[in-house]
Ligand binder design. Structure first.
Ligand code: SAM
Length: 281
């Protein structure tokens, strides 16, 4: 979909874009192709697209032969999308909030998420996906580069934190690349990019321990400059923490940003085990 086509459709339907809904439309054909390529589409895929807008990405997704469920919150785009795609049997359209739809339909394990996400809800959407044990097998999404940096951040970097660890617990970053602001209409004020995430084939922690993992990580990063053990003392007994830190050779003075994903998973297992032992005594 060319820039001139976007302008023509918006004029024809007399639509003024709504900034709060993150309406920055992608009109660069090369970037759209690159997103579709990173999603590794096949005719047997089921794809959720949150925020199809005028449908430039939808068009490519449908072209792959995959089943595409598109959910758009802005009702002004619904007739446009229907006009463009309703005759295609692999197209399904819903009006409404994509985040709510994700929460209602719980089993996404056989689906892929492919979307140029509205930036205001991009992080909540990805966190909701990663906290669901039946989450998408692959996610290829456009969002703020700053958020992509945090998702893919390695340990011991300023970007490494709660968002990195929640996403990395279930997903591996397969690829990421920047997109110039000029590829969007209107151009967003922040840098943008695409990240492709693939669900891990093996869970790093049993599902029932994921809430505890999130609780530990959240508390550990609640004040980045402080020693992690001191922060955890607000919620766990000191002697349990001493025992757990000793067992995985974590220095007492370590700060959360130096603790790897593997070490956080071990700490979760140990704190769970030691707390259960204490209850039994
Ligand atoms: N996919 C189109 C493209 O690439 O040009 C539009 C992407 S635009 C960045 C984001 C789209 O998401 C807009 O069409 C906006 O109306 C829609 N949107 C915003 N919040 C939404 C939500 N919570 N659920 C579904 N769609 C939403």
């Amino acid at each position: 979909m060319k820039f001139s086509e976007i302008k023509e459709i918006l004029n024809r339907y007399n639509i003024r874009l709504t900034r709060s809904l993150g309406q920055n439309f992608l009109h660069d054909a090369n970037q759209l192709e690159k997103i579709a390529a990173n999603a590794q589409l096949s005719p047997s895929d089921q794809i959720l697209e949150i925020g199809p807008g005028l449908g430039p990405l939808t068009e490519l997704l449908l072209h792959s032969g995959a089943h595409v469920l598109a959910v758009e919150i802005d009702t002004r785009f619904i007739p446009i999308l229907q006009d463009r795609f309703s005759e295609q049997p692999n197209f399904e359209l819903r009006g409404g909030d994509g985040l709510e739809l994700m929460k209602q339909h719980q089993d996404w394990s056989q689906w892929k998420l492919v979307a140029n996400l509205p930036y205001s809800v991009a992080s909540p959407i990805l966190v909701e996906a990663a906290l669901n044990p039946n989450c998408f097998k692959r996610m290829t999404v456009t969002l703020q580069w700053e958020v992509i940096d945090r998702i893919a951040a390695p340990v011991d970097t300023p970007e490494y934190g709660l968002l990195s660890l929640i996403l990395q617990l279930r997903y591996k970053t397969i690829n990421r690349f920047k997109i110039k602001s000029g590829a969007f209409f209107p151009a967003p004020e922040v840098d943008s990019g695409v990240i492709s995430l693939e669900r891990r084939s093996e869970e790093l922690l049993p599902t029932e321990l994921h809430p505890l993992f999130v609780k530990i990580v959240r508390q550990s990063f609640s004040q980045r400059r402080k020693m992690m053990k001191k922060l955890l003392k607000a919620q766990w007994d000191e002697y349990l923490l001493t025992e757990a830190f000793r067992k995985i050779s974590l220095p007492e003075t370590i700060r959360a940003e130096k603790v790897t994903l593997k070490q956080f998973t071990l700490l979760t297992l140990l704190l769970n085990q030691l707390t259960l032992q204490e209850i039994r005594l």
